[in-house]
Ligand binder design. Sequence first.
Ligand SMILES: C[S@@+](CC[C@H](N)C(=O)[O-])C[C@H]1O[C@@H](n2cnc3c(N)ncnc32)[C@H](O)[C@@H]1O
Ligand SMILES: [Zn+2]
Length: 261
Amino acid sequence: MYRCPKCHEKLNKLANSYVCENHHCYDIAKSGYVNLCLHQRKAQGDNKEMVQARSEFLQQAYYEPLRQRLIALMKQYPADCMIDAGCGQGYYTNEIAKAMPFSEVYGFDLSKFALKKAAGKAENAYYALASVAELPLCDHCADILVSVFAPIYEKEFERLLKTNGCFIKVGPGPRHLWELKQLLYETVYENEAPKPMDCLKLIHEETLRYETDFEHSQHIQALLMMTPYAYRTPKSAIQRLESIGKLHTTLDFYIQVWQKQ
Ligand SMILES: C[S@@+](CC[C@H](N)C(=O)[O-])C[C@H]1O[C@@H](n2cnc3c(N)ncnc32)[C@H](O)[C@@H]1O
Ligand SMILES: [Zn+2]
């Protein structure tokens, strides 16, 4: 289903490469993902440390209720083709692929560190390095496109969706990590509501909110590394967080389904 990022012709798999009829060729890495990004020097995917921290955090079960909810929701929307745009290390993608064995599942990310992990664990999902701003896929190919805490390019997503296809968008709800933020900042603000989309129609919206206990300082550090707070917060506040071993906090997610009309 991939198209060539140079000439937009269909890519065919030949041994360990994808090749188009104009002989542009893209090798599949040993771990199983293909690099379809033409502007890699500008690529801004997560670095090794961020990916490692997220892997350590996700290995714990803290986000499992979100993953299960997402899978249950996706099963309501039958799909021949499903895209995870900004899939990271495939925490959601690989489970979705297992739960939807008759769908073709594609994950895209700009981080080769994340894709290496994703593809290493993949059973029936395909992974490629590409920007979600310009995905190497044909128009109207996807029944479902999902984005979990990843950048959103509405025009591009609309191009990829079939008519009646759905974009499932997951992000932080107003109270996400509230108690963690209270430890870091004097004044804490709720997260803003997600931005409306112009080209797609909102057909479903829900909130998933629960509280959890982080039992190890390592998990709290890994969680912090996954958030924008790791870079915005004064060192003294980070040190305060490092000194605590446990944290009770709220996890709050919005899940929206937008349909292409
Ligand atoms: C917060 S992580 C979420 C990853 C995954 N969806 C998850 O929830 O585990 C955001 C991901 O988006 C990727 N990313 C950032 N900008 C991107 C872009 N323009 N195109 C593709 N991936 C991008 C990063 O490399 C990172 O893996
Ligand atoms: Zn080509």
